[in-house]
Design a protein around this ligand. Sequence first.
Ligand SMILES: Cc1cc2nc3c(=O)[nH]c(=O)nc-3n(C[C@H](O)[C@H](O)[C@H](O)COP(=O)(O)OP(=O)(O)OC[C@H]3O[C@@H](n4cnc5c(N)ncnc54)[C@H](O)[C@@H]3O)c2cc1C
Length: 414
Amino acid sequence: MATAQAPIMTVETTGCCIAGGGPAGAMLGLLLARRGVPVTLLEMHRDFDREFRGDTVHPSTLEILDQIGLAERVHELRNSKVSAPTLLTTRGPFTPFDLSRLKTKYPYILMVHQKDLLNLLTEEAKKYPGFHLVMGANVTELVREDGVVRGVQYQTDDGAHEVRALLTVGADGRFSRVRLLAGIDPVRTSPPMDVLWFRLPHLPEDIDAPGGAFGGFARGHILGGFDRKDYWQAAFVIPKGSYQSLRAEGIDGLRRRIVEVEPRLAKHVESLRDWQQVSLLSVESSRCLQWWTPGLLLIGDAAHAMSPVGGLGINYAVQDAVVAANLLAKPLLDGRITTGQLRAVQRKRQWPVRIIQAFQTQLPKRVIATALRAQEQQGLSVPWFVRAATRIPILRDIPPRIMALGVFRVRVED
Ligand SMILES: Cc1cc2nc3c(=O)[nH]c(=O)nc-3n(C[C@H](O)[C@H](O)[C@H](O)COP(=O)(O)OP(=O)(O)OC[C@H]3O[C@@H](n4cnc5c(N)ncnc54)[C@H](O)[C@@H]3O)c2cc1C
């Protein structure tokens, strides 16, 4: 790791330096580059092909991609669609939401590998001369002048480098180093669950999931599966902190518990042979009280890590990027960024984030925690009022609309 004393091999100057090439950083880089702002995007990994990070592209993000002319290309990527998942409950199949009724050009969640989405965004950004992507660039320090952040230092295989910028953006995810260096400490809440993600094969004796997904509960675990055409992307929700004891039981224990929830997966789970096939998402929800310091803005998971309920993290990161680009592209082109402008980005985004995080907190408390505690129960019944709400036309589309399209619709301004 570089230190402040490491000799700096190159110094580059740009308009906006973005640390982190996830959905937030890649989208912001593209949007600013489209507006003619010089951008340097620094990504720690050498490529975007890492372990599973989620792949739910919601209608809100599809609409944004449509506005910038990328909707067709994202649909050309290997994908599958989820519109109305089915949960298997004690009282039979239950469909918690149906996106096909929403007023949008894209009434479904498009399941796309995150690496494909990030490659698409960054390849598009590279068409603009002011965009510079550095892979394998680990941001290690902030450059400060008179209390204002003026860029970063980063480490690559060949040594330490510096980027000086009018604006530095920390889009480096839930464990953000930029946030740490800026001295911003998020408020954390810890939902009562963790999630194991893994793939299961499609087999002739397969699960029927007409809406593109299925789900079920049993004996303190929740299982969800998303049809990815050539495999199932499965999520196994476990009580928080139980991963180590589950792991100690060996992969056989995990296979057995999956089959307890969904006996029709008895053959599918034979493909799980090693814990390396399983990604752990330690579920955390957090938000920073302040998303900025002079010269620096945090967006995406760095500003607010979302719980996986609703698959919103990618989409909220993308919406942050759109709002940041809308509000900051012109000041960046004019060569002056004020703290008022950074505060405006936070003001516009913090309420949608807080509303969704409140919903994401209540659902685990009321439904998921009960399911995870139900050690002896073979299944869980969905409360009558939830069932009723999903049948009343005026009520049933409100939660899916908020989940799919955002609390407020976000549009790209040119
Ligand atoms: C296992 C798992 C499953 C998930 N499933 C879903 C899902 O189904 N749907 C959904 O919407 N969300 C899901 N999420 C959450 C989602 O991945 C995040 O909310 C979303 O990616 C946030 O985007 P971001 O750009 O803010 O941060 P990230 O995607 O975390 O991107 C941050 C980037 O910064 C880079 N970085 C970190 N430190 C540095 C550094 N020092 N220097 C340079 N680069 C750095 C990282 O390598 C990374 O590429 C999941 C997360 C996990 C871990």
